[in-house]
Design a protein around this ligand. Sequence first.
Ligand code: UD2
Length: 302
Amino acid sequence: MHTPTDQSILVTGGAGFIGSHLAEKLVADNDVVVLDNLSSGRREWVDNRATLIEANIQDTQAVARAADGVDLIFHQAANVSVERSVDAPIESHETNVDATLRLLEHARKEDARFIYASSAAIYGTPESVPIDESDPKEPTSPYGLEKYTADEYCRLYHELYGVETVTLRYFNVYGPRQRGGQYSGVIDIFLDQARRGEEITVHGDGEQTRDFVHVEDVVAANCLAATHGTSGEAYNIGTSNSISVDNLAQLIVDTFKTSSSITYIDPREGDIQQSCSSIKKAHQDLGFNPNWSLDDGLKTLW
Ligand code: UD2
């Protein structure tokens, strides 16, 4: 069985981009509570069989209510923007670290399994690619450091208290419902610019690479992590393929035959250069196999 059944489940960020797809997958066979402040998520993305608690992840009372009696927690709520963490590091830390630690305490109290949305940003600029889970962690942004701290707390909660934790280090997730305006993911931004016929804005020289993984594959990884016995472990979740941002812009222009031209703007503070996952460990331990190619994924988004 690769999807949890008959469990009481909390999905934080469950009205958002990744969380809403995950909650949708779980709701038929489980009791699902969604905790979300609807900052980037939307009420209409929450299946009406789930219970929506509309609150901030830092609202301790709401979080306690949401976590009461749960068997399984998928922690997706976060500030997901590297750029925003550079602009407002304290706020980002409170959301990404403090709130995660408090949620781990609930997992400990409830004896709940805890699946954490970690990030490839923890590795910083790698010495070589593909990146292995044991490679050095030298984050280049507050966001990367916050995700690394929380990722390590998950490991520690397993070691110290026996909490069943699994951290999934997402590479660049894309797909339907990725909407975040200025702070959104690059695919969402480029598609938006292409649709409007506006200039496609590449930061720096565009040589930086990313490993884009479709949200449906990320949902599958979460379900595998929830149903496989392994805990205290961390897994890269990507595709093992990468593309430069420049080539991504060109691919979008060619695929959608847009009138947009590509323009180069200032490099972004905190940006990592190369990113490409090794997913051997997730494949071996969890049976993870991404199904979506970037070409197919992009076509469904136009
Ligand atoms: C993404 C995730 C982050 C984390 C990480 C893991 C988002 C918003 N962020 O960070 O949460 O999981 O991946 O690796 O999903 N770019 C442009 N032009 C634009 C916007 C972006 O050139 O208009 C570039 C940007 O400088 C970067 C690349 O595109 O080199 C990807 O940027 P991003 O914001 O989509 O994602 P990233 O890798 O910073």
